[in-house]
Design a protein around this ligand. Sequence first.
Ligand code: I22
Ligand code: ZN
Length: 196
Amino acid sequence: MMNSSFDLIRAHLKAGGDLKHRIAASDDLVQRIYDASAIMIRTLKKGKKILWCGNGGSAADSQHLSAELVARLNITRPGLASLALTTDTSLLTAWSNDVGFESLFSRQVEALGDNGDVLMALSTSGKSPNVLKAVKSAREKKITTIALLGRDGGVIRSEADLAIVVPSENTQLIQEIHVTVGHLLCELVETKLFKT
Ligand SMILES: O=C(CO)[C@@H](O)[C@H](O)[C@H](O)[C@H](O)COP(=O)(O)O
Ligand SMILES: [Zn+2]
């Protein structure tokens, strides 16, 4: 049976599959994913932590991926130090209400981040001002920044230490790949640190 909804379903699934194939075929992107995992492993081995931030769907992705590190993915093992800057509603509402949305994440980077930590910055457009400001604050505190981006990578691309830019213009597909990349990063970290 065929109708326009079925066409939409098939087109989205095919576009997601094609995008994954393109990324798998890109030596540059595969290398960047590997490099991001190596930075995270080095950071955690030193007793430092991973911070995550993003807006909307990327806020949810930040929480989801951070939780994989603190809890577990495939192996029962000690918790890893990771914190999503998207979860404290008292802080998020107070700061946005009293001061402004743009400094919401950077304030937390300043308060909670340490020299040697990593900030994972998620933005499909690469343009969200609060994510950009968090990346800039991180750099000032010598926190390494890994950005998961989309489209042309926006302004965040050149501000981050390592940018993984999903080659798509479709926000939902970019987010879906961010979760795929995030899962890969967590799996690489867990495997390298704990699999004997
Ligand atoms: O989940 C979605 C769209 O799929 C939205 O909530 C989306 O995340 C929001 O519009 C964000 O504000 C977009 O921010 P960004 O990815 O451009 O940084
Ligand atoms: Zn969404």
